[in-house]
Design a protein around this ligand. Structure first.
Ligand code: UDP
Length: 458
């Protein structure tokens, strides 16, 4: 293997927050002379995956793409036997598509998103090759998932993943924020079916972690030292952030939606550190009344804002703005359906990020030193918000009032508190420095990435 060019296959979960960091990892690996076949598994939203190879990367990378529809129906309501057959059939589809590539060469390793762990076991069994599980979550959130079996055995959670004593918390270490019953990543109080499939995926995640040759995570030892102890041997190689020169030349790769770059010209017209950037990632939804409060809170802040409003943000239905809102904020705000987020966060006019706290959004904001206002709603977002506000102290949580909503007043107050708090800004600048140092020569993520490359080569 040492003399041959290594060829690896990468299989993302077809979801925005999973595919994008894995694609970044693909480019990084390929720039070390390793051939990567990236499996475009399609999108959960049935939209094409815009993989947009970078102009800068293109000349010197070895990344090829194959499209295979890898559905999540394997987590549906089939019998065990049907599920097993569906998984095997999908793994065979992936392998057939890769082998049909013009420049096919022997594959030495498969790297799959942890939630697609079944691909690893199927393919490894077919080809007897090395397997790597990619953790797209924080180490803390990943550790919780890796504890599912222990938590079940201890009677802490039941067979549906719910906490048996709902007034208690799960604590894995004194230095990691504990999880309340409603803040566990696989819990979805709004939808039992979704919770079922999240819990199944989480179990797949755990199984993959136990059986693979290596685990690679989009985090950094500097961010979560205590959590790193919970998954020994896990290589933290993050944060996987787009390079400045790539951002300037062609933007980040891996977006599922077309980015509206007009907001970058709009940002150019605003003073440094003045704009509130608001975005909820690819999947978080707001109820219409939450959407109204957010709109009115932004308006009452009197500050310029850039707001990403996906057409499905209000639980699938097109959002309706409060009466007269769009006219009143015409000079104050810019609204887009999908932003070039990493370019936005790197823009000097951005003052803070009001976010759902997806792990990628959190990493992207932290790596640019932008303080955060946290509005988590499901999955690992609560835990990320706790790290942001309680551990790293680079942001503030938005609190619900007695009727369970985040009011326009709360939004207004927290924006003012965040922007007037110098200690938050200093902490954000310090964490940005740590993030940058971590991926530079000598940094922990840099060294781990070198170990990963060596593993892939030999
Ligand atoms: N994103 C983007 N434009 C937007 C909103 C989000 O490019 O307008 C990207 C963002 O940069 C991040 C990803 O979408 O890489 C969202 O991932 P995250 O883990 O934050 O949230 P998820 O979508 O998985 O909930």
């Amino acid at each position: 293997m040492a003399n041959k060019q290594a060829h690896i296959v990468m299989v993302p979960l077809p979801a925005q927050g999973h595919a994008k960091p894995l694609l970044k990892l693909a480019y990084k690996v390929a720039s070390h002379g390793i051939k990567v076949t990236f499996v475009d598994t399609g999108s959960l939203h049935k939209k094409p995956v815009v993989t947009k190879p970078h102009k800068l990367h293109q000349q010197h990378t070895n990344v090829g793409f194959v499209s295979v529809s890898v559905g999540l129906e394997v987590f549906g309501d089939q019998s065990k036997e049907e599920t097993k057959m569906a998984k095997r059939a999908q793994a065979e589809n992936v392998m057939d598509a890769i082998k049909n590539m013009k420049d096919y060469s022997e594959i030495s390793c498969v790297v799959a998103d942890a939630t697609m762990g079944w691909i690893l076991s199927e393919v490894a069994e077919m080809l007897s090759i090395q397997t790597v599980s990619f953790f797209p979550l924080s180490i803390g959130s990943s550790a919780l998932v890796c504890h599912i079996e222990k938590l079940t055995e201890a009677g802490t959670i039941d067979t549906n993943g719910n906490m048996v004593k709902s007034d208690e918390v799960i604590s894995l270490s004194a230095d990691i924020p504990p999880w309340k019953a409603t803040e566990i990543s696989w819990i979805d109080p709004r939808n039992a079916e979704t919770q079922k499939s999240y819990f199944e995926m989480s179990k797949v995640f755990q199984k993959a972690a136990e059986s693979v040759d290596l685990i690679v995570c989009n985090s950094s030892l500097e961010f979560e030292p205590a959590a790193c102890d919970l998954i020994p041997g896990c290589l933290t190689v993050g944060p996987l952030i787009e390079r400045d020169d790539v951002l300037r030349a062609s933007g980040a790769a891996g977006s599922f939606w077309l980015e509206d770059t007009s907001c970058l010209d709009w940002l150019d017209t605003k003073p440094p550190g003045s704009v509130i950037y608001v975005a909820f990632g690819s999947a978080a939804n707001l109820y219409q009344h939450e959407f109204d409060e957010l709109a009115l809170g932004l308006e009452s802040s009197g500050r310029p804002f850039l707001w990403v409003v996906r057409s499905d943000i209000t639980s699938g239905a097109p959002p309706e703005y409060p009466v007269g809102f769009l006219e009143r904020v015409a000079d104050l705000g810019k609204i887009v359906e999908w932003a070039p987020q990493e370019n936005v966060l790197a823009h000097p006019s951005v003052a803070c990020f009001l976010t759902h706290c997806g792990w990628n959004s959190s990493m992207e904001s932290i790596s640019r030193g932008v303080p955060l206002l946290c509005w988590p709603s499901f999955s690992d977002q609560f835990h990320n918000a706790s790290y942001i506000s309680d551990i790293w102290k680079v942001g503030l949580k938005l609190n619900k009032d007695e009727s369970g909503i985040i009011s326009r007043h709360e939004i207004n107050i927290r924006i003012e508190l965040l922007l007037s708090d110098d200690s938050l800004k200093i902490n954000a600048a310090n964490l940005k420095k740590k993030a940058q140092e971590s991926v530079l020569p000598g940094g922990s993520s840099f060294k781990n990435f070198e170990k990963f490359i060596n593993f892939l080569r030999y």
